[in-house]
Design a protein around this ligand. Structure first.
Ligand code: UDP
Ligand code: MG
Length: 163
């Protein structure tokens, strides 16, 4: 059985709005296991390394506001492990643009800004959470955010039911 890992960041707005517990709860209650967790306040260089492809995908202006966003306060970085982890967490997080994210998702329930509003008002799309998009990104991101000795192996007591 191959388990999959994903990086989640509770972004500065999630931390500052006191939503960290709520966000972790929603993911953890599915059975996905936390195998690493820490609070970090990263610098702009680190944020650019994390969002290495955003300039190419969304343009340099979005990248700049995103780097400012990620560095405006501490974030909580978490590695989750389980079955189909990347897709399960993306489903719980919801669409990138909160106005399009479905109710029941983190972004749909706790934010509402649109891409159009953000870009015409020079604002970030504050959407509370980062979640790795695919296996290749997850591996790169986890290497950037965690050292091997920060990742832990242990058994959850409900694993018999879950995997
Ligand atoms: N973002 C933004 N303006 C945009 C598009 C994206 O501020 O027009 C931000 C938003 O916070 C998003 C992040 O850039 O979460 C990374 O974009 P990506 O396309 O990777 O979305 P995600 O994977 O976070 O859903
Ligand atoms: Mg992404």
């Amino acid at each position: 059985m191959t388990l999959q890992r994903s990086l989640v960041l509770i972004k500065p707005d999630g931390v500052q709005r006191g939503l960290s517990g709520e966000i972790i709860k929603r993911i953890e209650q599915t059975g996905l296991k936390i195998i690493a967790i820490k609070m970090v306040w990263v610098d702009k260089n680190f944020a650019k390394n994390h969002y290495f492809d955003v300039g190419a995908r969304h343009g340099e202006k979005v990248l700049k506001s995103l780097v400012d966003y990620l560095t405006e306060g501490p974030v909580i970085a978490i590695c989750f492990e389980g079955v189909d982890t990347i897709a399960v967490i993306r489903k719980i997080a919801g669409s990138t643009y909160p106005n399009e994210a479905l109710p029941g998702t983190i972004r749909g329930d706790f934010a509402h800004i649109s891409k159009n509003y953000a870009n015409t008002n020079d604002r970030k799309v504050g959407n509370l959470i980062h979640a790795s998009a695919n296996e290749e990104d997850a591996q790169k991101e986890l290497k950037l955010w965690f050292s091997i000795d920060e990742m832990h192996s242990y058994k959850r007591s409900d694993e018999n039911h879950l995997i």
